[in-house]
Design a binder for this molecule. Structure first.
Ligand SMILES: [Zn+2]
Ligand SMILES: [Zn+2]
Length: 125
């Protein structure tokens, strides 16, 4: 099965495709993600080599830590992706996928940093 998921930002300047074989959605509750996403960061990870990107010029990059940088759309502000150094894969915001993903949240990351205003999302077996 080599299906493809299509993802785009709110204004449509940025389009991505990633392989549907990507494992499930990961939910990161760390303080960095919370500050930048306003909530937890739900993402799909895929190898860089398997991702296509249109509208790269619309992306604004932000060095969010010593080992990672993140990209958002300079027009609509959508959080598009996180890249961990050394770059080998991108963590693409799950909310950007258009249509059904066929995925569930499979893991919570940084559970110890969850704020007091929501409960951890349940994780698919
Ligand atoms: Zn946009
Ligand atoms: Zn995080």
């Amino acid at each position: 099965m080599s299906q493809t998921l299509h993802a785009s930002c709110h204004c449509g300047a940025v389009h991505l495709t990633l392989p549907a074989e990507a494992a499930g959605v990961l939910a990161c509750h760390c303080a960095d993600c919370r500050k930048m996403h306003g909530n937890f960061n739900a993402f799909l990870a895929a190898p860089l080599a398997d991702i296509t990107l249109e509208g790269a010029g619309a992306l604004v990059w932000y060095q969010s830590s010593e080992t990672s940088r993140r990209a958002f759309c300079g027009t609509c502000g959508a959080r598009v992706l996180k890249e961990v150094t050394p770059a080998g894969r991108w963590l693409i915001s799950a909310g950007l996928v258009d249509g059904p993903t066929g995925k569930r949240i499979i893991k919570n990351l940084w559970e110890q940093s969850v704020p007091d205003w929501y409960d951890l999302p349940s994780v698919a077996p």
